[in-house]
Design a protein around this ligand. Structure first.
Ligand code: F0G
Length: 404
């Protein structure tokens, strides 16, 4: 038992009313319905094991940091070797052209070729520790592929609810891992609603990668630990593609934890990048609003991975917007045309083939430098969230439309 009379060093806390709950498979505050976050007894954790001893461990990838993940002691992680991805200096797109230092955190080097492996490894470990036998998720593709792979690894049944815009490469991968697929008409937000209903009906653990599952969000913190450990410095800017935004806020939480642990003395500015054709968080940022509203129009972008109109859960976008503002960062939009140019440039100049949703981060760096926001000499990390091989159809379709 810890000092506060809790059995474990982590619990759930409501981001709206602050009510605490034990670490259970919950998605909403029992008092007010607000979204939940994992809280930790950091004093106790860091007094037992300082951060630098965690990062120096030989354990693989994200599991070096298991004390900072919501996993009961003694639980075996469900792992495929996620995390520990390369942080590559971008000689051609940063230093020589811009005079700033750009590093690319290449998340396409994860086992299912996207950053989602971090959160799904944690979520499936949590599912097993809670004794669940079945998992579901809504996904634009990458979460579904990761959920299917990690569920296979854990021996749990998996159903993925997907919008029709999901790339065929991702569908085939989910099927190959043995997941059941349910196509939902409408956008990702419609798939979100169906998965929530079905999770209730089936008694399944819902792994949808908005802020819905507080356990899953925690896996994203490990990105921050790795960026700092590789650079031994805190970037001035971290640039991340966002749908609802748990990667961006998870990453910022990781930096805040390192600040608490006394290993860093400043925080990065967080940049949230959206596709201009579906950008509810950007819209609120530009209009100076505190609250994000659902995206009114259609999801007019081929960047299917981040096309999230936040139709029934705009408060998730509000959470992300608050982090962007708190960090002194910005939200920015990228057009499909710029994504396509950047995708080609990243492949030809850096040897990194990324999916459209992912190249938005690199395209945004260029736009921020051109606008004077990023200055010469600054240290910038752009997160390349997923591999292009999983979304070749979007590239082929774009070529066919002859827009270029
Ligand atoms: N980049 C890629 C390639 C993605 O697939 C996603 C999200 C994001 C960035 C944005 O991340 O969830 O932190 O806002 N994909 C989800 C999915 C929605 O179902 O695969 P986020």
């Amino acid at each position: 038992m810890n000092g506060a009379g809790r059995v474990y060093d982590f619990w759930l806390v409501c981001t709206r009313c602050g009510t605490s709950h034990p670490a259970l498979p919950l998605y909403q505050c029992r008092a007010c319905g607000g979204s939940l976050e994992v809280a930790y007894d950091y004093e106790r954790i860091f007094s037992r094991l300082p951060f630098d001893r965690m990062s120096a461990r030989t354990a693989s990838g994200i599991w070096k940091y298991r004390e900072l993940l919501p996993v009961f002691p003694g639980t075996d992680p469900v792992t495929l070797g996620e995390g520990g991805t390369p942080l590559l200096p971008s000689w051609r797109m940063g230093s020589t052209e811009g005079g700033f230092q750009l590093y690319l955190k290449n998340e396409s080097a994860n086992p299912t070729l996207a950053f989602k492996d971090r959160s799904l490894s944690v979520a499936l470990t949590a599912a097993r520790q809670f004794g669940m036998t079945e998992v579901v998720c809504a996904s634009t593709g990458n979460t579904g592929v990761a959920a299917a792979a990690y569920a296979a690894r854990a021996g749990l049944r998996c159903t993925v609810y997907i919008p029709a815009t999901t790339p065929p490469e991702k569908l085939e991968a989910m099927k190959a891992y043995g997941a059941r697929l349910e196509m939902v008409s409408g956008s990702f937000s419609d798939a979100y609603a169906t998965s929530a209903d079905e999770a209730l009906r089936l008694g399944a653990f819902n792994l949808t990668s908005t802020y819905l599952n507080p356990h899953a969000v925690e896996g994203n913190k490990t990105l921050a630990y790795e960026i700092f450990t590789s650079l031994q410095a805190v970037p001035d800017w971290i640039v991340i593609p966002v749908g609802a935004g748990p990667l961006l806020s998870g990453c910022y939480k990781g930096f805040r934890e390192m600040l608490l642990a006394g290993v860093i003395d400043q925080l990065p500015r967080m940049v949230g990048v959206q596709a201009s054709g579906c950008a509810p968080i950007l819209q609120a940022f530009e209009e100076g609003r505190q609250e994000v509203r659902p995206w009114g129009g259609s999801t007019a972008t081929l960047a299917s991975g981040i096309a999230d109109p936040l139709s029934t859960y705009p408060e998730d976008g509000t959470r992300t917007l608050a982090v962007i503002r708190e960090s002194g960062g910005v939200a920015i939009g990228v057009s499909d045309l710029d994504m396509h140019h950047c995708r080609r440039m990243l492949a030809e100049r850096e040897g990194i083939l990324a999916e459209l949703s992912s190249v938005t981060a690199v395209a945004a760096v260029k736009a921020l430098y051109d606008s004077g926001a990023i200055r010469a000499g600054e240290l910038v990390t752009a997160v390349v969230t997923g591999h292009g091989i999983k979304d070749m159809t979007a590239a082929i379709n774009f070529e066919k439309t002859g827009v270029e």
